[in-house]
Write a protein that binds this ligand. Structure first.
Ligand code: ZN
Length: 325
């Protein structure tokens, strides 16, 4: 039987939540999320997942007029894609490479004996040619390698499960989450126009759900020496904006993020615009789990009790999913 009992549902309208830890504890107690066995890792209930999918559908609708090519990427990417993304240098602390075992018979015996004895075995594996996806749009650029974009550029709608190694008890910092993105590949003015247009669309979409949002210039959490300089440069050039809202506590965090990459991916993967110049790219990513959390925090734990206008926009039926009734 689900923990999401009638008594638990709607008990809190979110206003009582004072910390991310308390919010996490309520989500787990109510069964909206299930502990995934490592810090920052969660399984999702049918209710949580239905909200995620409603947000995905709403975002998709917002981009329908641009007839984007829709792609659902694998959560696993090639090492060349990871390298081309720039994440290896910029965020080595957040990426995830994948190891496997390829030792000989002697090594296999050693591995098995360590496993049987409850000893250290991970060190006996070695890196493979694949890694975990850090951002949804990363798989797009190698796919377009050595191509020229048409006049007006190309627009894509992409989604992937992403991984960031930042273990935290704050549910806003999941290690595994989904980004639903819209991406432009084309000229520099086209990329900026797309970015501005989508920031407005994102503001309307998320503001319309009653989230107390703000749009703010932002920078990425670059790692190590030179990090401050890189962040400063990103802010000065206005390359990154975030749509922020309270996600797991009163502290606002990014529920969507818009990036103008200039010619970074164009140069890394040999993408050309219609004029034969190195293509510029821009994207906006909606954090599906974070938006879901922000709604649960703001409107309460039972979507059936959310305001009619929000339920209508998200097409959430008053009926609960049968698994939770
Ligand atoms: Zn992106």
């Amino acid at each position: 039987m689900s923990n999401l009992t009638k008594r638990g549902l709607g008990e809190s309208d979110g206003r009582a939540i004072t910390s991310a830890e308390e919010f996490r504890s309520r989500l787990l107690t109510l069964g909206l999320l299930v502990d995934g066995g490592a810090i920052g890792l969660y399984h999702r209930s049918a209710t949580f997942e239905s909200i995620v999918r409603s947000i995905e559908a709403l975002a998709s609708k917002a981009g329908r007029d641009q007839s984007p090519r829709q792609l659902y990427f694998s959560p696993v990417i090639g090492l060349a894609t990871l390298l081309g993304s720039g994440y290896v240098s910029a965020f080595p602390n957040l990426i995830g490479t994948i190891n496997s075992f390829d030792g000989d018979g002697e090594a296999l015996r050693e591995l098995r004996s360590r496993v049987d004895a409850g000893g250290q075995w991970v060190e006996m594996t070695s890196p493979t040619e694949v890694a975990l996806c850090s951002a949804s749009c990363h798989s797009l650029y190698p796919m377009l390698a050595h191509t020229t974009q048409p006049e007006g550029g190309s627009i894509f709608e992409v989604q992937a499960s992403c991984f960031r190694h930042e273990p935290s008890l704050d549910p806003a910092r999941m290690q595994s989450f989904r980004q639903h993105e819209f991406v432009y590949v084309g000229t520099a003015p086209g990329a900026l126009e797309f970015r501005d247009q989508w920031l407005e669309r994102g503001r309307a979409l998320l503001g319309g759900l009653g989230l107390g949002i703000d749009v703010v210039p932002a920078s990425d959490p670059f790692f190590g020496r030179g990090a401050q300089l890189l962040s400063r440069g990103q802010l000065d050039k206005e390359l990154k904006f975030e749509i922020v809202a309270p996600i797991s506590s009163t502290q606002p965090g990014a529920v969507a993020s818009s990036n103008y990459h200039e010619d970074h991916f164009g140069a890394a993967f040999d993408l050309k615009d219609a004029n034969g110049q190195v293509a510029h790219t821009a994207c906006i990513g909606f954090g599906l789990e974070r938006i879901t959390l922000a709604l649960l925090l703001k409107l309460g734990f039972d979507p059936a009790l959310w305001p009619g206008g929000v339920r209508q926009q998200l097409d959430i039926s008053v009926e609960r999913p049968s698994a939770l009734s």
